[in-house]
Design a protein around this ligand. Structure first.
Ligand code: ADP
Ligand code: MG
Ligand code: ZN
Length: 417
C-alpha cells in the first residue's frame, strides 16, 4: 500500500487548504507514512485528526478511527466529506440508510476514513468484517479512555488491543491530549505490543493568559474577572450541578447571558443551551465538567474555574477550550485550601489500591504545586507535560509577581498531613 506516497505538503494545501503544518503534525505524519506505530500527545485543538487523516490520503487503503463520541464523529465525517473525502461512521445513532451506505462503500473499497464507536468494535462480527475488508491504519482517538487512571475511563476502550490484533496487528496511531505519565504508560501497555514512537507537542498555548488565585472572596474574585469580559463568550466551570444553576442565576441577574449545563439536566434543555452557546455571541456557559469534550468553538474568550479542577490534565483541557482561534483568551482558576484538604482525605479514605492512591496523591501534589507555583505558571505547567520554556510574560506570576496571599505554608501542611 505504500507504493505511491503523495507529498504530504501537497495534500495539506490541495485537500485541506491549510498553508502550513502546525507544531508536531509534520513529524507525526511522516512517522505514520513510514509505517511506524505512534502515540501522539498534543493538546486539544492542536490538530490531532490531521495526523491520521492526511497519511490516509497520501496512500491507499482504509483508516479505521475509534472515537468515543457520536457528535464528534459526525462533525469529523461532515468535515471530511466537505473536503471531498469518502468518510462515514458506524455508531448506534445511524439510520439503516446510513449503515447501508457505509457498508457498500467499505465493500467496494471507496471508503477512506471510517469512524466507529468502541461499542461497535466490541462486536467481533463487525471487527472481523472490517479485518476482511482490509484496514490499513487504526487510529485511536481520545486514547486516554483506555486508562483507569485517566479522567474518562471507558471499559470498551480497554478491549481495543484485541481489536487491533483481530485486524491483523494493523499499524496503529493513538492520540490523546492527556500527557500524564501514568496514563501514558497505561495506553502503551494496553494498546501496543511494542513501544510506539512517542510524540509530545504543542502544549504551549501562548495566547492563553493563565491565572490562579486562592479563594478569599470567591464571588467577588469571579465577578471581577467576568466583568472584564462582558459580551464575550466563555465558560465557567463549577464543581457541582447545583452550583452551576445558582451561579447561572446570579450572573443572569447581573446582566449576563448565562446558561447552566450539567449532566442532570433534561437532554433537550442541555442540547438547547449548548446550541445557544455555539451559535450566539457573548454567552457564558456555567457548567460542570460534563461540558466541553468535542466542543469546537473557536472564539471562546475566557474560561474560569470556580473551584479547583480535578487534575492538571483536566485543568489544561478545560482552559484549552478558550482561544482556539489563536487570539488572546483569559483564564482564572480559583482554588480553596478546603478543596485540597478534601481531595486529600478522599484519596486516603477511598477503597482504591495502593498503586492507584499513589498515582492520585502524586497528581494532587502536582496540582497544588501549580496553584502555589513560585514563578512563571506556564513554566511549571509545561514542565509537568515534559516541555521546557522561558518565562512567558502572560501569566499572573509573570505579570504581578507572587500573590500577596500566602497559601503556601497552609498548602504544605495539607500535603504533608
Ligand atoms: P484536536 O483533535 O487535537 O483537538 P482537531 O484535529 O480537532 O484538534 O483540529 C482542531 C482544528 O484545527 C480543526 O478545525 C482543524 O481543521 C484545524 N487544523 C488542524 N491542522 C491545521 C493546520 N495545519 N492549519 C490550520 N488549521 C488546522
Ligand atoms: Mg480530537
Ligand atoms: Zn509566566
Amino acid at each position: 500500500h505504500t507504493a505511491s506516497v503523495i507529498d504530504p505538503r501537497k495534500i495539506l494545501h490541495d485537500v485541506f487548504g491549510f498553508p502550513s503544518f502546525r507544531e508536531g503534525q509534520e513529524e507525526i505524519v511522516r512517522a505514520v507514512l513510514s509505517g511506524e506505530d505512534v502515540l501522539a500527545i498534543m493538546p486539544t485543538g492542536a490538530g490531532k485528526s490531521l495526523c491520521y487523516q492526511l497519511p490516509t490520503l497520501a496512500r491507499e487503503g482504509l483508516t479505521l478511527v475509534v472515537s468515543p463520541l457520536i457528535a464528534l464523529m459526525r462533525d469529523q465525517v461532515a468535515a471530511l466529506r466537505h473536503f471531498g473525502i469518502e468518510a462515514g461512521s458506524l455508531n448506534s445513532a445511524n439510520d439503516p440508510d446510513e449503515n447501508r451506505r457505509v457498508v457498500d462503500s467499505v465493500r467496494d473499497g471507496r471508503m477512506r476514513i471510517l469512524y466507529a464507536s468502541p461499542e461497535r468494535l466490541a462486536n467481533t462480527g463487525t471487527t472481523e468484517w472490517l479485518g476482511r475488508s482490509g484496514v490499513n491504519l487504526l487510529a485511536i482517538d481520545e486514547a486516554h479512555c483506555v486508562s483507569q487512571w485517566g479522567h474518562d475511563f471507558r471499559p470498551e476502550y480497554a478491549m481495543l488491543g484485541d481489536v487491533r490484533r483481530r485486524l491483523g496487528n494493523v499499524q496503529t496511531i493513538a492520540l490523546t491530549a492527556t500527557a500524564d505519565v501514568a496514563t501514558r504508560g497505561d495506553i502503551m501497555h494496553r494498546l501496543f505490543e511494542e513501544e510506539p514512537r512517542l510524540f509530545i507537542h504543542g502544549f504551549d498555548r501562548p495566547n492563553l493568559r493563565l491565572a490562579m488565585q486562592a479563594k478569599e472572596h470567591a464571588r467577588r474574585q469571579l465577578f471581577s474577572f467576568l466583568d472584564k469580559h462582558r459580551h464575550e463568550s466563555g465558560i465557567v466551570y463549577c464543581s457541582s450541578r447545583d452550583a452551576t444553576e445558582k451561579l447561572a442565576d446570579s450572573l443572569s441577574q447581573a446582566g449576563y447571558r448565562a446558561l447552566p449545563y450539567h449532566a442532570g439536566m433534561p437532554q433537550g434543555e442541555r442540547a438547547k443551551n449548548q446550541d445557544i452557546f455555539l451559535q450566539e455571541d457573548g454567552v457564558v456557559m456555567v457548567a460542570t465538567v460534563a461540558f466541553g469534550m468535542g466542543i469546537d468553538k473557536p472564539d471562546v474568550r475566557f474560561v474560569a474555574h470556580a473551584a479547583l479542577p480535578k487534575s492538571i490534565e483536566a485543568y489544561y483541557q478545560e482552559i484549552g477550550r478558550a482561544g482556539r482561534d489563536g487570539a488572546p483568551a483569559d483564564t482564572l482558576t480559583l482554588y480553596g485550601l478546603d478543596d485540597m484538604r478534601l481531595r486529600r482525605l478522599q484519596i486516603e479514605d477511598s477503597d482504591a489500591a495502593d498503586e492507584q492512591k499513589r498515582v492520585e496523591r502524586q497528581r494532587l501534589n502536582a496540582l497544588v504545586a501549580l496553584c502555589e507555583a513560585p514563578r512563571c505558571r506556564r513554566q511549571t505547567l509545561l514542565a509537568y507535560f515534559g516541555e521546557t520554556t522561558e518565562p512567558c510574560g502572560n501569566c499572573d506570576l509573570c505579570i504581578e509577581g507572587v500573590m500577596s496571599f500566602d497559601g503556601t505554608i497552609e498548602a504544605q501542611k495539607i500535603l504533608s498531613a
